[in-house]
Design a protein around this ligand. Structure first.
Ligand code: A3P
Length: 317
């Protein structure tokens, strides 16, 4: 262990002891670091990122709030970028979970994962708010996906109860709702995290592609074409005629991915400490499932917060 890492660990320990804390969703606590709530390991991952990560100008970052469509976005970007390397009858994604395609920047690993064997462009994923990323990344391209906060809340509540420590009592929907509204959830507040990318996308439209889960559901082919152009590999007329866009959409669809054997059993490892059952990345994959869970009052409260926070930003839900 080098001296720099030792210093980082001491700083981390100090932060955990001194930062404001709140109940967590799957960890006992979340800590408020520069306005955002992080679990202890994710906070450490952020310190590691700042200390060790060196971006390349060609890097592409897939950013999202948790449960906003990260798995889907990874599959779409991977199959779009690598469409010349595989056939649609024998594809990498038939045998691998989309998360294994690109490394997350938020996993606690030391020294930060060796990225040397990644192909060009290197692609990474992150849930960190834009303001919490090292400055060297700001000249790189980002694809951000956001989703209706009501669906994010319900998706996250289900997911967190699955990965939540067995030493903790189950997280009730009422508690999750209250925490979410207060902005207390991993990488939250939701609204500030979304806005950090939204405003950057307005400022640097050629650097940040801002997508919505709902638009991806409604017009997946349009999104694939946008993605392809954005990553510098536009779909040609010939490809379009051959049905390549349709094939990508079909391959990455919820129905297809969630029914593949590879996504039904086994675990995906995030960093050293977190193992997630692959099937837990796929639940329903629809718009508006919140209607089955939230009361009218709950819906109005979230919508009110969203309207107030996004007011004047040009972003609407
Ligand atoms: P639900 O819990 O509402 O079903 P993330 O990938 O960011 O963790 O988000 C998970 C959410 O995306 C889950 O939402 C999951 O079912 C949905 N999802 C996963 N793969 C998908 C796909 N290929 N198409 C659409 N939605 C997908």
């Amino acid at each position: 262990e080098d001296a720099e890492y030792k210093k980082l660990c001491e700083n981390h320990k100090h932060l955990i002891e001194t930062l404001p804390k709140c109940n967590g969703w799957w960890t006992p606590h979340l800590h408020n670091y520069n306005g955002f709530w992080l679990s202890p390991d994710i906070l450490k991952a952020n310190l590691l990122l700042h200390t060790y990560f060196k971006s390349h100008p060609t890097d592409i970052f897939l950013a999202s709030f948790m449960k906003s469509g990260t798995t889907w976005l990874k599959a779409l970007v991977f199959s779009t970028l690598n469409r010349h390397c595989y056939t649609f009858s024998d594809h990498y994604l038939h045998k691998h979970n989309p998360h294994s395609a690109f490394s997350p920047l938020d996993a606690e690993s030391y020294p930060i994962t060796d990225f040397t064997n990644s192909s060009t462009p290197r692609v990474f994923s992150t849930h960190f708010t834009r303001t919490m990323l090292p400055a060297c990344m700001s000249s790189c391209k980002f694809v951000y996906v956001c989703r209706d906060p009501k669906d994010v809340l319900i998706s996250m509540w289900h997911f967190m109860n699955k990965i939540r420590s067995k030493d903790l009592p189950p997280l009730s929907l009422d508690e999750a709702f209250e925490l979410f509204c207060l902005g207390v959830s991993d990488y939250g507040p939701f609204w500030e995290q979304v806005l950090s990318y939204w405003s950057a996308s307005l400022e640097y439209p050629d650097k940040i592609l801002f997508l919505k889960y709902e638009d991806m559901k409604k017009e997946p082919e349009v999104v694939v074409k946008k993605l392809a152009a954005f990553v510098g590999k536009p779909i040609t007329v010939e490809e379009e005629e051959k049905g390549v866009v349709r094939e990508i959409v079909k391959l990455c669809s919820f129905e297809n991915l969630s029914n593949l054997e590879v996504n039904k059993e086994g675990f995906e490892k995030f960093g050293r400490l977190v193992n997630i059952e692959k099937r837990d990345f796929f639940r329903k994959g629809v718009i508006g499932d919140w209607k089955n869970y939230l009361t009218k009052e709950m819906k109005e409260r979230i919508d009110g917060i969203t309207a107030q926070k996004f007011k004047g930003s040009g972003l609407i839900f």
